[in-house]
Design a protein around this ligand. Structure first.
Ligand code: SF4
Length: 278
């Protein structure tokens, strides 16, 4: 389990990087995560949820390119959910999917009105919206005969989740690179989990993806996730590279030095199987 962590270099150290090099570096970080966490297996049929944001465009673009050279055979299907947001125009996204040549489906469901109603008086639209979208995507995955769902979460999403849980929920929990849904129907993977958001943003701008802004959460501020993102950015200013160190920490856990009895007992039960870290 213990091993030195190969760091993902980010723009903090690579200021004048060409778009091609940046794309290549992101792709290598993605492939490394896929290999390290065994995210993709022979015969997988993977649904990629393309939201219209920079992360899912990047994921689909890089994974579609990687598929051609991969020794592991897998299939990709893209799905985009038109949520019925006012002013929504999905035509550039559809053209982009057609140009890429990936099999895809556009699903149209008015989740916008439902989320507005459900989240009335709440501080965040994202939680109810995500649950709703996830359910729709699971249904689509089943219909499209996909056994894996790939999400575009990146390193900074994982670190923000870690801090949110630590500071507000009293839980030591980030985001898994791979897990099986509770009902056992799907495997969910996050191939960009070790990629820096700043790199993805720079790549997406250079690639010219037709971004579709979200008009729901864009109008909200003061959310806990944003506060945590600001905190991380502030720490990064004072300690350049701190996000990379934090990612390393997620891959370098010392169960013997936590206070969770279940974890301690599981660790003791596995005595001899793993070497304690120094
Ligand atoms: S509110 Fe917008 S950003 Fe938040 S989960 Fe829904 S679509 Fe995504």
């Amino acid at each position: 389990m213990a091993r030195a962590v190969e760091q993902t270099k980010s723009t903090e150290v690579e200021a004048a990087e060409s778009p091609a090099r940046l794309r290549d570096r992101l792709s290598r970080a993605m492939l490394r995560a896929i290999g390290e966490h065994r995210l993709i297996r022979e015969g997988d049929r993977i649904l990629i949820a393309v939201s219209g944001g920079k992360d899912s465009y990047t994921l689909l673009d890089l994974l579609w390119a990687a598929r051609r050279k991969s020794p592991v055979r897998f299939e990709l299907v893209a799905a985009h959910l038109d949520q019925g947001q006012p002013g929504y125009d999905g035509r550039p996204l559809e053209r982009w999917l057609e140009d890429l040549g990936v099999p895809h489906e556009i699903i149209r469901e008015d989740t916008y009105s439902i989320v507005l109603e459900k989240a009335a008086g709440e501080t965040s639209y994202c939680a109810p919206c995500s649950r709703l979208r996830r359910g729709i995507l699971y249904t689509a995955a089943e219909r499209l005969r996909c056994n894996v769902l790939a999400l575009g979460h990146h390193r900074d999403d994982a670190l923000e989740t870690l801090l949110l849980n630590l500071l507000y929920a009293g839980r030591l929990q980030a985001m898994p690179a791979r897990y099986t849904t509770l009902d056992g129907r799907f495997v969910v993977i996050r191939p960009l989990i070790e990629c820096a958001e700043e790199d993805i943003a720079r790549h997406a701008a250079a690639a010219g993806y037709p971004i579709i802004p979200c008009r729901l959460c864009g109008s909200q501020d003061g959310l806990k996730r944003e506060a945590v993102a600001r905190l991380l950015a502030q720490i990064e200013v004072e300690n350049p590279g701190v996000r990379r160190v934090m990612l390393s920490a997620l891959k370098n856990v010392r169960p013997t030095h936590l206070l969770d009895r279940e974890v301690a007992e599981a660790w003791e039960a596995a005595a001899g199987k793993y070497e304690p870290r120094r």
